[in-house]
Structures are given as structure tokens and as C-alpha cells.
Design a protein around this ligand. Structure first.
Ligand SMILES: NC(=O)c1ccc[n+]([C@@H]2O[C@H](COP(=O)([O-])OP(=O)(O)OC[C@H]3O[C@@H](n4cnc5c(N)ncnc54)[C@H](O)[C@@H]3O)[C@@H](O)[C@H]2O)c1
Length: 314
């Protein structure tokens, strides 16, 4: 059986927002990375983005300056799928969110990758079982859901499909721990996994509060940032519940549960914006109005804060 330390060569399919971050983190942890995409231009762009990410880690004191180019030298690029996966121990798929595309890649990779190789997908939407059917090795297929930016957020969800073996789960858990991640296992695949379900539940409630005129979006963001966000960056909801006292949690649940949003239909407050073409930062307006300067400032603040947290976690 393959041990976590045996995973030395990793293929990353898709060199976009997630793929380049996944690749840079693996390379910084001394793994040899084969990066694959559909054009040379995209692959070179991904390597440049990886270099920018590594420089930021260096500026924060998380890696030495020598490690920037040493890590980059561990990333090879290719437009040839066979060359990319033929000698790898782990294949991480991070291509565009399209089931047919992902299935077709899993089908091809299954035929080329070494028999021991484990195949995982970073998809946010599709269950491991939907991809495992395209292969002859369903016991070696799982979901590994990263968050963006993958190299700065330690959490990954490892999603076990109905046919994923315990050996595969153990291998992935051990491997991700060995590169400094905090893997959480989803024992039985579930749509939305854990993170997206919780995030969407919070957003549904927040949108219902705005819709009913109790508070504005900036006021809700302020409450989350300054109060629960701070607590949740230290403890999970069950730890907080135990510390609050389950009797108090019960009292809260009794009074609040009947009042919470339980809409099954898409919220009007969201759909109105979608129909108006207000898609958030990409169009300059969503729940807030955005300018080039405010987008840049927001992104810088987010990146600086995540790097601060990563520094603190070390
Ligand atoms: N963006 C996020 O915050 C986030 C978070 C977690 C998971 N994900 C998941 O990660 C995956 C990638 O998302 P992203 O945000 O990096 O998207 P992206 O659009 O930035 O990157 C996708 C890449 O896949 C490439 N690609 C498309 N077809 C391909 C093919 N046939 N072969 C090889 N490469 C191909 C594209 O050229 C592109 O570079 C998706 O499944 C998404 O659901 C995204």
C-alpha cells in the first residue's frame, strides 16, 4: 500500500485560480508537480502567478528567498496529458466546473496513470461517485475540496464516495497533513460538502434579514466580521455551543428556529441583482458599489490578512 510519504510526484490538471495555488503549495512542500492546461500561455501565466504567491510567502517570512525559484523549478508544465500523469502518485483535477469535461479527463487519466495513483477532484459541485464511474479504479477516487486561495487556507475537505476505500482516505489524510493542511473527512458524500452548505445557509439567513428590512448588507457584514467571524476563526460551532452551555443553546434554538429563513426558492434580493446585471466586483456593483481602487484595496486587505493568519498558524 502507498504511504503518504510515497507521494512525491503530483499532477495538477487545470492551471487556473485554484490549480496554480495548489501547484505552488505542493512545490513549496518539496513535491514535484506536473501542471497541465489547454494552452502554453495559460501554463506560463500560472507559473508566473505561482511565483507571485511564493514571493508573498517569502515577504511574510514563511519561506526563504532561495525557496522561491527552487519551488518554481519543481513545477513542470505540459499540454500532453500522458506526459503529465504517466509517472505520478496523485492526480488533482482542478479544471473548469463542467461534469462532462471532468468525466472525460478522469476516463483518460485512469487509462494512463500508474495503477497505484489516486485521482481526486477539487470540484465544488460534483460528488466523487459522479467521477469515479468514469474510471476502473473507483476505490482510488475521492473529492479534495480546497478553498481559495488554496496555499493560504489550511482547510481541505476530503470527500469519500461510496466506493472510495479506507486506504485511499488514510493516504490522502496523511498526505495532506504532511504538507501542513488540516484535512476534514466527509464520511459519506453530500452535495455542497460541509463548507459550502454552511456558507450558503449563512447567506440565505443574511439575505432574508436584508429583504425584510431589519438591517443592511454592510451592517450584517460588520456583525459577522467583528463578532462571530472572530470566534469562528478560533473555534467551530460545536465547540462554541459546548462553551456556551447546551441549555442556553436549546433556549436559543427554541426561540429562533421557527423564525429562521427556510426558503427553498431562489431569493428575490439575489435574483433582482442578477437580472439587473449586478454581479458583484466583476460588474462594479452587487450588494456594494465597487471601483477599481476599492476592489484593489479589498483584495490587498484580504491577502494581507490571510498571510498574517498563515504566519500566526506556523
Ligand atoms: N474558485 C474557487 O474559489 C474554487 C474553490 C474551490 C474549488 N473550486 C473548483 O476548482 C475547479 C477550478 O476552478 P478555478 O476557479 O480554478 O477555475 P479557473 O477558470 O480559474 O481555472 C480552470 C482551468 O481549467 C482549464 N481547463 C479547461 N478545460 C481544460 C481541459 N480540457 N484540460 C485542461 N485544463 C482545462 C482552463 O483553461 C483554466 O485554466 C472547479 O472545479 C471549481 O469548482 C474553485
Amino acid at each position: 500500500m502507498t504511504a503518504p510519504t510515497d507521494i512525491k510526484k503530483v499532477a495538477v490538471l487545470g492551471a487556473g485560480l485554484m490549480g496554480h495555488g495548489i501547484a505552488l503549495e505542493l512545490a513549496a512542500h518539496h513535491r514535484s508537480v506536473h501542471l497541465y492546461d489547454v494552452s502554453e500561455q495559460l501554463l506560463h501565466k500560472a507559473v508566473n502567478r505561482a511565483r507571485v504567491g511564493l514571493k508573498a510567502l517569502n515577504q511574510a517570512g514563511l519561506i526563504s528567498s532561495d525557496e522561491i525559484e527552487t519551488s518554481i523549478s519543481r513545477i513542470s508544465i505540459s499540454l500532453d496529458l500522458s506526459e503529465t500523469v504517466e509517472d505520478t502518485d496523485l492526480v488533482i483535477e482542478a479544471v473548469s466546473e463542467n461534469l462532462d469535461l471532468k468525466r472525460s479527463l478522469f476516463h483518460k487519466v485512469d487509462k494512463i496513470a500508474p495503477p497505484n495513483a489516486v485521482l481526486v477532484s477539487n470540484t465544488s459541485t460534483f460528488l466523487p461517485s459522479a467521477l469515479a464511474v468514469a474510471t476502473q479504479r473507483p476505490s482510488q477516487v475521492a473529492g479534495v475540496h480546497y478553498y481559495n486561495p488554496p496555499h493560504l487556507l489550511p482547510g481541505v475537505e476530503i470527500i469519500k464516495g461510496p466506493e472510495t476505500s479506507n486506504d485511499t482516505v488514510e493516504l490522502l489524510t496523511g498526505f495532506y497533513r504532511s504538507i501542513g493542511k488540516s484535512p476534514a473527512l466527509i464520511h459519506k458524500e453530500i452535495q455542497g460538502f460541509i463548507g459550502n452548505r454552511l456558507q450558503v445557509a449563512l447567506l440565505r439567513e443574511a439575505m432574508s434579514i436584508v429583504r425584510d428590512g431589519h438591517a443592511t448588507a454592510p451592517e450584517i457584514d460588520q456583525v459577522v466580521r467583528s463578532r462571530m467571524g472572530k470566534l469562528l476563526s478560533v473555534a467551530g460551532p460545536f465547540e462554541l455551543a459546548d462553551n456556551q452551555g447546551l441549555d442556553s443553546v436549546l433556549a436559543l434554538a427554541e426561540s429562533e428556529f421557527p423564525l429562521l429563513a427556510k426558503d427553498r426558492s431562489l431569493p428575490g434580493i439575489l435574483m433582482d441583482k442578477i437580472h439587473a446585471g449586478d454581479l458583484g466586483v466583476k460588474t462594479g456593483r452587487g450588494f456594494y458599489d465597487w471601483t477599481v481602487e476599492s476592489i484593489e484595496a479589498w483584495r490587498k486587505n484580504m491577502a494581507d490578512s490571510l498571510i498574517d493568519m498563515a504566519t500566526h498558524d506556523r
